[in-house]
Design a protein around this ligand. Structure first.
Ligand code: ATP
Ligand code: MG
Length: 255
């Protein structure tokens, strides 16, 4: 299937505190391929390894074993090449509290050497996209949690990345805010063929947004496929039943 994979992993493994009593196998021999233009969802309970996988793919962690190729480059060798071309919306993100919404975008984009005039043009579009145009000149420290998240989504996009990694982009946002973020991602995917890797605990979000989904449990990729395929494979009524069955070990087959 994969004629233009932007991500390929081979037995990708991350062990924290290796050899010590507190050793944790956070990611265990994961083989994954994501194609350009795909929206790929990572699902799994707390501690399943979702954030670890993302951190490995953007070079914030080094693998204990195995390989990760992103945009054709090995994350352990060409991390600067990758970092210039991918965006990360971290689960716990560092926002610049004392800057305004617009300044957050422009300042961040400045690190990538994009001219200021261009950054302002992009900021216009992105602030419109997330619905923060009217608040663009307010300091972010007065923003609600959801508004901050929208700033971070816009900030991640300012570099026009080839891949966007989003770790729980809608967690902690109200229903309307989450809808705005989801619609933004949908638009990016449909109109700009943006490749997006996202993690979420919201199964509706996966069904609505994702072309394919991978389910992680205790560091292992236990299932991968289109949301509908997984439902059919497990004869489940919906993705939630697939997910619950897999991670509880109770199975998902229903008669
Ligand atoms: N820096 C670290 N040092 C030690 N253990 C870690 C570290 N980072 C993660 N872990 C462990 O690795 C495992 C996977 O964690 P990870 O953050 O990837 O889970 P997650 O799927 O993102 O969970 P959540 O849904 O809660 O965000 C957990 O057992 C966690 O405690
Ligand atoms: Mg996480």
């Amino acid at each position: 299937m994969a004629d233009d994979p932007v991500i390929q992993t081979e037995d990708l493994t991350k062990i924290f505190e290796k050899g010590k009593k507190r050793e944790v196998i956070a990611l265990d021999s994961v083989n994954l391929e994501v194609e350009r233009g795909e929206v790929f969802g990572l699902l799994g309970p707390n501690g399943a390894g979702k954030t670890t996988l993302i951190r490995l793919l953007v070079g914030l962690l080094t693998p204990t074993r195995g390989k990760a190729i992103v945009l054709g480059k090995d994350v352990t060798k060409d991390i600067n090449y990758i970092r210039e071309r991918v965006a990360l919306l971290p689960q716990e993100a560092g926002i610049y509290e004392r800057l305004t919404a617009r300044e957050n975008l422009v300042y961040y984009g400045g690190f990538y050497g994009i001219p200021e005039e261009e950054l302002h043009k992009r900021a216009d579009r992105l602030l419109d996209l997330v619905g923060l145009r009217k608040k663009e000149d307010y300091q972010v420290k007065g923003f609600s949690g959801g508004m901050k998240r929208k700033v971070l989504v816009a900030r991640a996009l300012i570099i026009e990345p080839q891949i966007i990694f989003m770790d729980e982009p809608t967690t902690g946002i109200d229903t309307l805010g989450a809808r705005i973020v989801r619609n933004t991602l949908k638009k990016l995917s449909e109109e700009e063929k943006q490749t997006i890797i996202l993690t979420t605990h919201d199964l509706n979000e996966v069904s609505e947004l994702c072309d394919r989904v991978g389910i992680l449990n205790e560091g292992r990729l236990v299932e991968i496929g289109k949301p509908q395929e997984l439902e059919e494979k497990f004869k489940a009524a919906n993705l939630e039943d697939v997910f619950t069955g897999l991670v509880t070990g109770e199975g998902v087959f229903r008669e």
